[in-house]
Design a protein around this ligand. Structure first.
Ligand SMILES: Cc1ncc(COP(=O)(O)O)c(C=O)c1O
Length: 370
């Protein structure tokens, strides 16, 4: 079976993989067998067949990111995972002067909105400004002072295609005693990621983009050494050490990352996403990345250098190419006429080639843009 046959193909040239990745071809069968059949025929009730969906989700993520399944907690999306994390922070007054949460002006706004809620726990938000170079480790060093309690590191910036040297930033944060929180929404599935090498404190992500896993299956990963210090306020019976104890006078946090879970979870998104993650893992994220770089370079090398917004250096560019032609409207109209699916943001057009895109498609895009 060809790579293209593994995914449902849309009409035209689909380059919106930074937003929603294409659906694996077997997704409807997975939904049928793991969700609907269990609901219709599962005995004594559907949960007997739904429960394994969550452990499969945790295991598929553990395989993809080289970690322990127990450190992953299903979340609806990145924002909800980080809200729960904030609710587990101690009040800033107890942190011996560490009352700053460091973020950047180019983190995804939803995530910035969440982090700013830390003010309810006594924290102050500091921004690394747009004009500061987040690819330069020295900038992070300057900001990671002894007043910082936690830093949000967005691995891939949605608006510029910048790929932050996360491993180095985490390492500085660790030396400075700062909690590192990494957002991998834009990179999971297109950039090889190894948590054992990174050693972050917390990671949040979703499966809807390059992992082709559909919306609703986000996750929070919490390192064992910080897990037991974190007691989220936002809980439910699935956050309990023993959800079936049913003693209203005794809440005990789960020993693993599931303490960040909550009430009765949805099932279908995780069944679908596990299958997608497994498919992406068997193709190999390194293979996806090499293909993505090849197609990205094809575009970069063919277009005027002055159009390029995202970094030219492959090691500092996410899967997304951001370009801004001087005659934007004209080029946008030509791409739309060719049925190219892309989007336009303040800084330019976002074009994201996945494993199922071909060099021939990119040739057509180049011809329409020039
Ligand atoms: C860097 C980054 N983080 C997070 C998100 C999405 O956050 P959420 O899953 O909370 O909607 C996006 C979406 O485009 C993103 O680009």
């Amino acid at each position: 079976m060809s790579i293209q046959q593994l995914f449902t193909q849309k009409d035209g040239i689909y380059l919106l993989n930074h937003s929603v990745g294409c659906m694996p071809a077997n997704t409807r069968d997975v939904a049928e067998s793991q969700f609907f059949d269990a609901w219709e025929m599962g005995t004594p009730d559907p949960w007997a067949r739904w429960f394994p969906v969550f452990s499969r989700f945790q295991q598929s993520l553990a395989n993809l990111f080289n970690s322990d399944p127990n450190l992953f907690c299903p979340q609806q999306n990145v924002s909800s995972g980080l809200s729960k994390l904030l609710s587990a922070f101690p009040h800033a007054s107890k942190n011996k002067g560490r009352n700053v949460i460091l973020i950047t002006e180019n983190d995804f706004p939803s995530i910035g909105f969440v982090m700013q809620q830390a003010k309810h726990y006594g924290y102050e938000i500091q921004f690394i400004k747009d004009e500061e170079n987040v690819l330069d480790i020295e900038i992070w060093k300057q900001h990671l002072t002894d007043q910082v309690y936690a830093v949000l590191i967005t691995h891939g910036h949605y608006n510029s295609g910048k790929l932050v040297p996360v491993r180095d930033v985490i390492s500085i944060a660790r030396q400075q005693g700062v909690m590192s929180i990494v957002d991998i929404a834009q990179t999971a599935g297109v950039i090889p990621i190894d948590f054992a090498q990174w050693q972050p404190d917390v990671v949040a992500g979703s499966c809807v983009k390059w992992l082709c896993g559909g919306p609703g299956a986000g996750f929070l990963w919490v390192n064992n050494h910080v897990l037991h210090q974190l007691e989220p306020v936002d809980v439910g019976w699935f956050s309990h050490k023993n959800p079936f104890e049913f003693d209203i006078h005794n809440f005990e946090y789960a020993d693993n990352a599931l303490r960040f879970w909550g009430g009765t979870p949805s099932v279908l998104p995780y069944a679908i996403a596990s299958n997608s993650i497994e498919q992406m893992h068997s193709i190999g994220v390194q293979v996806v990345r090499e293909h993505n770089i090849r197609l990205g370079r094809q575009l970069i090398d063919a277009l005027p250098a002055s159009w390029l917004v995202s970094p030219n250096d492959d090691q500092f560019r996410t899967g997304t190419l951001v370009v801004t032609p001087p005659n934007r409207q004209e080029v946008e109209a030509r791409l739309t006429a060719l049925n190219v699916h892309f989007d336009v943001r303040k800084r330019g057009f976002r074009l994201s080639a996945h494993i199922y895109n071909t060099p021939e498609q990119i040739e057509q895009v180049i011809a329409a843009m020039r």
